[in-house]
Design a protein around this ligand. Structure first.
Ligand SMILES: O=C(O)CCC(=O)C(=O)O
Ligand SMILES: [Fe+2]
Length: 299
């Protein structure tokens, strides 16, 4: 049964700028994505072994560990190879049918409708990010303190954008759970800087105690676009696989004009739903081409 939000949950979301929706998804919801990524990793790892870039195909490892065991075979100082292991794994590059289908999953959209209403567009700011276990000080791909409104263009300032952060494994401070600042959305958009990968200017960071979003697989983190948050290093021995999506009322600007948005639900015009997988692929290929050299963030 899909979760619907209570009025207390909606109130908490607006008051604190975040809400953890417990147990919205089950293993069944993740299984097709996991299986598709397993196949893709299997192909890639075998290729790397045949090219001599890895020694061992570590066939007995599953979704949460195989990429971690692969990374361990690469010397820490070989940053190019380490980067190559994960760079092409984001969802707009892998374009897996299972991921596209997930966007329409009622177990996801039912709680989203509790904030956005029934006319729902999926923003093109959508990612799957594997944080491989950190070695040394540098967590590749680690995201610094920012507000998601800061990674859109100004035209999105009329929109209410809901970020849904979805851990595909259990997360806690040890495995790099998301850290947020609760209750500061009324301050609006803080000034960001490009250094360090679009972050809030350190001297403007609100002096609020950060909250560690400890979550189980199946929970959803709902965040306002004005809630400061960051990723933390993954000090566990498994891969911190997460997906993050953004939803907004259909017709409002996403602030990513060159990348494709999709109507994923409509009560007033069900035929407007854009559930054509081939179109998603085609518009991402075109959008990535059109977006080359374009600065997608406002700073
Ligand atoms: O997963 C992370 O560490 C960062 C994610 C993020 O910034 C987001 O989902 O908006
Ligand atoms: Fe973010």
């Amino acid at each position: 049964m899909a979760v619907t939000l209570s009025s207390e949950q909606v109130d908490q979301y607006y008051k604190e700028g975040f809400l953890i929706v417990r147990g919205a998804l089950s293993d069944t919801d993740f299984a097709p994505i996991e299986s598709a990524y397993n196949d893709l990793l299997d192909r890639r790892i075998r290729e790397w072994v045949s090219e001599g870039k890895l020694n061992d195909p570590i066939e007995n490892e599953g979704f949460s560990t195989r990429l971690a065991r692969a990374a361990e075979q690469i010397p820490v100082e070989d940053t190019d190879r380490m980067k190559a292991l994960t760079t092409d794994l984001d969802l707009m590059i892998t374009r897996l049918p299972a991921v596209f289908e997930f966007f329409f999953n009622p177990n996801l959209l039912s709680p989203v409708a509790g904030i956005i209403g029934p006319e729902i567009t999926l923003s093109p700011i959508q990612h799957i990010r594997p944080y491989i276990p950190v070695r040394g000080d540098n967590q590749p791909g680690q995201v610094p303190w920012h507000q998601d409104q800061g990674v859109t263009k100004e035209e999105a300032d009329v929109s209410e954008i809901l970020t849904v952060w979805i851990p595909m494994i259990n997360v806690d401070p040890h495995s790099g759970c998301l850290q947020i600042l609760p209750g500061v959305t009324a301050q609006g958009l803080l000034q960001h800087e490009a250094e360090g990968g679009t972050r809030i200017k350190p001297n403007l960071m609100p002096q609020t105690e950060p909250y560690d979003c400890v979550m189980s697989r199946g929970d959803l983190l709902f965040m306002s676009a004005y809630t400061p948050h960051r990723g933390q290093p993954n000090r566990s021995d498994y891969v911190r696989w997460t997906m993050d999506l953004r939803f907004q009322k259909t017709g409002t600007p996403t602030g990513r004009p060159t990348h494709p948005e999709f109507i994923v639900q409509s009560r007033q015009d069900p035929s407007s739903v854009q559930d054509d997988y081939e179109e998603w692929c085609r518009r991402w290929i075109e959008g990535r081409e059109a977006g080359k050299g374009v600065r997608h963030h406002r700073v």
